[in-house]
Design a protein around this ligand. Structure first.
Ligand code: ATP
Ligand code: MG
Length: 250
């Protein structure tokens, strides 16, 4: 049994139940914005079978923008309405995990032997991070959109028999959002990290008729999705144990 918070219909744009990208942003993106202003980290990821519309929902295209550009746009709008009393900074980074290797999408792609593969490390207080991943300060929506265009052009996509523009890598678009203000003479800062993830889709080799490079990618995609589901299931058990422990303590 599964339960869903939302179910979106995107089959026929003329149908009264059709969910536009705007509606999806209103339902899913506005909580991310709220979290960012409160100083919480937030993460949204698109998970599902190949061709199901993950990249379309997260990124969209120039005329029908997805969640990522809409979240950035709304952040800038909100910032401009609050910037009398506070200062804000937005930095973005964009990476892909292709065949289990992490690569920066906002820097020229280098071969593995020349440092093109980045390492994931664990910081004692800040948690996991990607070493040497480039961060870019963005001052306007057009800055963000240029970086998105650059990253998307670098991302590995390929045609399969189930999707002409199939993502062959997982991507993480990160916004590091900093708010600064003065309480009397005292300066304060609040940071939050928004991670927007577009996973590569699960696929069956006979469905996509993958061979050679596509088959190797497909095996790595499925392997990492299985690992992700183990992580989610472990986190789910952990939160259930915590809930039980706190209800017993109560
Ligand atoms: N809501 C939508 N409205 C119009 N077209 C859509 C919508 N969702 C998906 N599509 C179209 O369906 C096709 C597959 O979508 P998309 O590439 O987003 O799938 P995906 O889940 O990212 O697949 P993969 O796992 O292979 O990357 C694309 O041509 C995309 O333009
Ligand atoms: Mg995709």
């Amino acid at each position: 049994m599964f339960s869903y918070d939302y179910s979106f219909d995107s089959i026929d744009a003329d149908s009264p139940t059709f969910s536009s990208q705007e509606k999806i942003f209103k339902n899913l993106g506005s909580d991310v914005l709220k979290a960012a202003f409160y100083g919480y980290n937030a993460c949204v990821f698109a998970y599902g079978q190949t061709g199901s519309g993950k990249s379309y929902t997260m990124m969209g295209n120039k005329v029908d923008k997805g969640l990522i550009p809409r979240i950035c746009e709304e952040l800038f709008l909100e910032i401009s309405s609050r910037s009398d009393s506070m200062s804000f900074q937005m930095e973005v980074s964009y990476l892909e995990i292709y065949n289990e290797r992490v690569q920066d999408l906002l820097r020229k792609k280098l071969p593995c032997s020349e440092g093109g593969v980045l390492k994931v490390r664990e910081h004692p207080t800040d948690g996991p991070y990607v070493e040497n991943l480039s961060k870019h300060v963005v001052l306007s929506q057009s800055n963000v959109e240029s970086l998105i265009t650059l990253g998307n052009a670098t991302r590995t996509i390929a045609s399969t028999s189930m999707n002409d523009f199939s993502s062959r890598s997982h991507t993480i678009f990160t916004i590091i959002f900093t708010q600064g203000w003065f309480d009397g003479e005292l300066p304060h800062e609040r940071h939050s990290k928004i991670q927007l993830v577009d996973l590569a889709g699960s696929e069956r080799a006979d469905g996509t008729q993958a061979m050679g490079t596509r088959l190797k990618e497909s095996a790595n995609i499925n392997k990492s999705l299985v690992t992700l589901s183990s992580v989610i299931s472990a986190l789910g058990k952990f939160s259930l144990i915590n809930k039980l422990a706190s209800s017993r303590a109560g």
